[in-house]
Design a protein around this ligand. Structure first.
Ligand SMILES: [Fe+2]
Length: 222
């Protein structure tokens, strides 16, 4: 596995440095045509992580789906998680992220999914056929992705001939696989972004360890 946090332009060969920062402004890097991912790298507090772990112990089938606005998100999330310790903090955090997503793309609302996962949702490398999707994993292993230099796009989909990623030849070696960290907020540019039709970010859900639980937030343009 490649620790992209220590990447330099040299490590990446011809690739430009990844838009990645401890500042949320890193997300504006998604507008640069040469980038198909931008990452706001952050760590969640231990208190928040522990309270989310408790939530996932109790809510074994958590799957919230809603079109939200920046102003109604916090209230909606808190109402849905009312009896849980993490409701307040999670509601405020998700509202902040929805606000940033809507500001960045000049949207009035966003399609929110907050899902508990105990198996990979999309286990094979693929491209999303959307303009741009925001993902953040609040708990558990986070999304894996390949840089453009490390992916053979002929092996996507039917091109894999049914082989798993580690046998299809889609990436040259295991060290090519990058992985986000829990807490990171990432924008994944898809094939639906004008001018990015052939360069959508190639990514997949991580393998989930036995007894591991993930909490994944995604936001889409609606
Ligand atoms: Fe995806």
């Amino acid at each position: 596995m490649h620790n992209y946090l220590t990447n330099t332009a040299t490590d990446l060969g011809m690739s430009p440095p990844l838009p990645l920062s401890l500042q949320p402004s890193a997300l504006t890097g998604i507008y640069q045509p040469e980038h198909n991912i931008a990452v706001w790298h952050r760590s969640l507090s231990t208190k928040m992580t522990q309270s989310i772990a408790l939530l996932l112990q109790e809510q074994t089938s958590l799957a919230l789906v809603q079109t939200v606005t920046p102003s109604n998100t916090a209230h909606w999330v808190k109402e849905k998680l009312a009896s849980h310790d993490c409701a307040e903090a999670l509601g405020e955090d998700i509202a902040l992220i929805v606000d940033m997503f809507c500001c960045l793309f000049d949207l009035k609302e966003a399609g929110l999914r907050l899902t508990r996962l105990d198996k990979p949702m999309c286990p094979k490398f693929h491209v999303d056929h959307v303009p741009c999707r925001l993902v953040t994993t609040y708990l558990g292993s986070a999304t894996q992705w390949l840089s453009n230099n490390d992916v053979d796009r002929r092996k996507l989909g039917a091109g894999s001939h049914g082989k798993p990623d580690h046998l299809s030849g889609i990436y040259p070696n295991e060290a090519s696989i990058n992985q986000l960290s829990s807490g990171d907020v990432a924008l994944l540019k898809g094939s639906g972004w004008e001018g990015n039709e052939a360069l959508g970010l190639v990514h997949r859900s991580p393998e989930v360890l036995p007894n591991e639980r993930r909490l994944l937030l995604t936001l889409d343009m609606v």
